[in-house]
Design a protein around this ligand. Structure first.
Ligand code: FE2
Length: 197
């Protein structure tokens, strides 16, 4: 395992979570469905906590949370772009369209976030000693929440689009109803949607 690259992953993780906080703050403003607004407010609180979890992990790995890397800059740029996309939608599209843009932006951001944590889990299997414990403890705290953020919002994005297209939609989406926490579960929920209409 390449130590410098593990450090880079952790820097990107912090930046992803920090960007996530801003993304959820904006997404909450875009939400018109009360249930979705409530859900994103919950995810905002959880993401604020993930920032702290990554900061603590950095302390245990001897990394400076203020240090910048070129890769971290790129992640920051993507986060800001997603916020800007939602602001554009808020200013220029109907509310139901801005809500869909927000769901898509959350899915894009959470795809990176989910990958980060999955990779950290892979590293935790290889690394040894105190650092292994620190990585596992951090992952344990966020794992289920990250799954929910990605799979549930992906379900919302799909169903809101279907509704927007004037077709029968399942709202809240089956991923939410079935409390999906895995990719297989998400595939099953999607398959089952036809029976829920
Ligand atoms: Fe997160």
């Amino acid at each position: 395992m390449k130590r410098d690259q593990l450090n880079e992953l952790v820097y990107q993780m912090l930046e992803t979570e920090m960007g996530g906080v801003e993304i959820y703050r904006t997404a909450v403003r875009c939400a018109t469905n009360d249930e979705l607004k409530k859900e994103w407010k919950k995810y905002l609180g959880q993401t604020e906590n993930h920032v702290e979890v990554v900061r603590e992990l950095m302390g245990e790995l001897g990394l400076d949370p203020e240090a910048d890397t070129p890769g971290r800059d790129v992640v920051r740029h993507v986060g800001k772009s997603l916020v800007k996309a939602m602001e554009m939608a808020l200013a220029s599209t109907p509310p139901e369209a801005a809500q869909i843009v927000a769901a898509e932006c959350v899915v894009l951001a959470e795809t990176k976030d989910h990958l980060n944590w999955e990779l950290l889990g892979q590293v935790a299997k290889k690394i040894k000693g105190e650092e292994k414990k620190a990585l596992e403890a951090a992952q344990e705290k966020v794992e289920d929440e990250e799954d929910e953020h990605l799979y549930h919002t992906a379900g919302w994005a799909r169903e809101l689009w279907i509704e927007f297209l004037g077709m029968p939609a399942v709202i809240p989406p089956p991923e939410e109803e079935k409390d999906v926490k895995t990719a297989i579960g998400a595939a099953r929920a999607k398959q089952a949607r036809a029976e829920m209409l």
